[in-house]
Design a protein around this ligand. Structure first.
Ligand SMILES: CC(C)(COP(=O)(O)OP(=O)(O)OC[C@H]1O[C@@H](n2cnc3c(N)ncnc32)[C@H](O)[C@@H]1OP(=O)(O)O)[C@@H](O)C(=O)NCCC(=O)NCCS
Length: 189
């Protein structure tokens, strides 16, 4: 599914291209790292090879997204050498893997690019896209206990801590969401 490019002062978000060797190499260099992959997915595990990265980027073209405007974008700094991370807007799977109506936002950066505000800037772009293009203001963010860097992004975005939950992915996670006054407009979680 083609993702719309989203542009801020310092960043462009655009779809990952599994046919572009630079995208495949960049994705592999991010997700082969334990300090990134240890926090991701129901079964955290570093990517093993560029071939595995290629296959993952192919899957990211469709898996988990049942409507236009959802997906996993590459984060590309203006004037940089290519992708430095991912930002995602997806539907959350329940413990059986079935997609729910609940929407998740997420962020992953290459460690060389931590500490510059890129994850927060990308998330602001995605939240504006969700609101203006998809009409979605209720957005969830999840993190494994101990992922303080990701929780700090949620706090910078003004999200609210909702407690811990195992309602998605079949995994026990910290649950944050967009402010309750916005969430109330689109119903309960
Ligand atoms: C989670 C993750 C994306 C956070 O990255 P991050 O760089 O700390 O977060 P941001 O990009 O929002 O950057 C914020 C930092 O940049 C600093 N910063 C520097 N220049 C900035 C600028 N111009 N604008 C905003 N912030 C800036 C902020 O002060 C802050 O630093 P601090 O943490 O020392 O207070 C990163 O740790 C990561 O990729 N982790 C592995 C994957 C992961 O866990 N993903 C989340 C799964 S739930």
């Amino acid at each position: 599914m083609t993702l719309p490019p989203l542009v801020s002062e310092r960043l462009t978000l655009r779809g990952w291209d599994p046919d572009d060797p630079q995208d495949v190499a960049a994705a592999y260099d991010i997700y082969r790292r334990d300090e990134v992959s240890r926090w991701l997915g129901a079964h955290p595990s570093p990517w093993k090879s560029e071939q595995a990265a290629h296959e993952r980027l192919l899957r990211w073209q469709s898996v988990g997204f049942d409507a236009p405007g959802f997906g996993i974008w590459a984060i590309v700094p203006t004037g940089g050498d290519g992708p430095i991370g991912s930002a995602l807007l997806t539907r959350l799977p329940d413990s059986e893997g079935t997609l729910t109506e609940d929407v998740e936002i997420g962020w992953h950066l290459h460690p060389d690019h931590w500490g510059h505000g890129y994850a927060t800037e990308a998330a602001v772009l995605l939240m504006a896209h969700a609101d203006e293009t998809l009409g979605i203001t209720k957005i969830n963010a999840l993190a494994y206990p101990g992922n303080d860097a990701s929780v700090a992004v949620m706090q910078r975005l003004g999200m609210h801590h909702r407690g811990e939950t195992d309602r998605w992915y079949g995994v026990h996670l910290q649950w944050w969401s967009t402010p309750l006054e916005l969430a109330a407009e689109t119903g309960p979680a």
